[in-house]
Design a protein around this ligand. Structure first.
Ligand code: ACO
Length: 427
């Protein structure tokens, strides 16, 4: 018997089916089931793809049991402490960290590409006041494909990079404009003298004309610690292998759609509160809980099988011990609390939830730990970023991951259209 195969026996008639086991450089190997239906006439049934690898990938590795996350082989802890977000973008896209010269050139290119086609502004005008920035972000990203239609057919590696750098550079501007629209304020254009992350905060906060004023309580100044915190959040969100939104990006990409339309679909998928929308829900929930005294009552609701209430920011499909990104952000929260006035009431409620949940049998048994969203919500609140911008910030960080995954799928000559089957139970 070939040791590198996997045998399935159909107990109805003892037919044996043998499938190759595919090697992995880290983590679980996979059984190549691609011929299963053709040979057996059966489908494999795996709702939510909990046991199914939809592709092979060289980009990001997660070990959920060990709480390990690596981009292109580099541990997230190293990237979050020794590098910045643009280094991480370069690493994901180019499969190597940039040299000094490459770093400067990449930074300048992104600054230069951060501006939006003027025609796109008209689209913003057509949205109602108070439109959620995520809706605008998704629509504007789709609309961007009309200005860069040529990216539908990419030929050289350089073509791919231009397309990718363009969307990474423009997404923060698209997001900042969406926010300005949602509060009825005039748009602030990017400032080429500012770095990627500082520029985003600037576009959110500046007054018309571009001045950042210092208010009596100091809110409008951009502090180094704020840039560092946001840059770390971008880094921690940059990629996360085949999560729901990335799977959507790959699926839409597999049909031959425009890359920016695929990214826009990823934005829509991310919005849900079971995915990227959780960071907004965490803060909503902390506000709903309202005071430390109410925490126990809400923990009981979360544990009640007859109550749909869930603790937002807890649990993860893959991380079953801890979320390494959450660990880094917890440390960042400590740093920030020394330098900024964190909302003490929210912090206390969050800390009480964390301490109860980490020692409660219900959460321990189900391996439910605080995830990245639990801490990012509190950190973004301390940066005075409005709640509706939390998920757009996730989008800014994740765009590089989506586009890198899209490129990998496009450059795989064996890639197929994503087309699962079903177990039909109807009439
Ligand atoms: N609060 C209370 N109970 C929970 C929670 C929670 N946050 N999460 C899971 N559970 C319980 C479920 O009720 C279930 O209990 P049961 O076995 O008694 O029925 C058990 O834990 C397993 O939960 P599933 O939903 O089957 O786990 P799954 O892996 O499918 O879901 C998910 C993961 C969606 C993240 C889930 O934990 C959740 O809804 N969390 C809250 C939302 C959230 O924080 N999302 C952000 C994820 S991170 C990210 O996208 C960046």
């Amino acid at each position: 018997m070939n040791k590198n195969t996997f045998t399935l026996i159909d107990n109805r008639d003892q037919t044996e089916y043998e499938y190759p086991i595919l090697g992995a450089s880290r983590g679980p190997q996979a059984v190549d089931m691609s011929k299963f239906y053709q040979e057996s006439g059966l489908f494999s049934y795996d709702p939510g793809f909990t046991s199914t690898a939809n592709c092979s990938s060289e980009i990001t590795f997660i070990n959920g049991e060990k709480g390990e996350l690596r981009y292109r082989g580099h541990p997230i802890e190293e990237l979050a402490t020794k590098h910045n977000y643009l280094d991480v973008c370069y690493l994901l896209l180019h499969n190597k960290l940039p040299s000094k010269e490459e770093k400067v050139a990449f930074d300048l290119e992104l600054r230069h590409r951060a501006f939006l086609p003027e025609g796109l502004r008209n689209l913003y005008d057509s949205f109602p006041d108070n439109a959620h920035p995520m809706s605008i972000l998704s629509a504007a990203t789709t609309a961007l494909s009309t200005f860069y239609y040529e990216h539908l057919s990419l030929e050289t590696q350089e073509d791919y990079y231009v397309m990718a750098h363009r969307i990474i550079a423009k997404i923060p501007t698209i997001a900042a404009f969406a926010y300005r629209k949602s509060i009825g304020a005039s748009y602030i254009y990017p400032d080429i003298d500012k770095s990627f992350t500082e520029n985003f905060l600037y576009m959110l906060r500046a007054y018309p004309g571009g001045k950042l004023k210092l208010t009596p309580n100091g809110h409008q100044e951009i502090k180094d610690i704020e840039i560092k915190a946001l840059d770390t959040i971008f880094t921690l969100h940059a990629d996360h292998e085949q999560n729901a939104s990335t799977t959507v990006v790959r699926s839409v990409g597999s049909t031959g759609a425009h890359p920016y339309v695929a990214i826009s679909s990823g934005i829509s998928a991310l919005w849900g509160r079971a995915h990227g929308g959780a960071n907004e829900s965490v803060i909503e929930q902390l506000r709903l809980i309202g005071s430390v005294e109410n925490v126990e009552k809400y923990i009981a609701k979360a544990k009640d099988p007859n109550d749909p209430f869930r603790l937002m920011g807890f649990g993860h499909r893959v991380y079953k011990n801890f979320d390494p990104r959450a660990k880094i952000l917890k440390q960042m929260q400590v740093e920030l609390s020394k330098e900024l006035n964190l909302d003490s009431e929210l912090m206390q409620i969050a800390q009480k939830i964390e301490s109860i949940a980490l020692s409660d049998e219900y959460f321990i048994e189900r391996k439910l730990y605080p995830n990245i969203d639990f801490y990012s919500g509190v950190i973004l609140t301390s940066l005075k970023i409005p709640r509706e911008m939390f998920t757009p910030i996730f989008v800014i960080g994740r765009t590089v991951g989506w586009i890198t995954q899209w490129i990998e799928s496009k450059q795989n000559p064996k890639a197929k259209i994503v087309r699962p089957r079903q177990l039909y139970t109807g009439e």
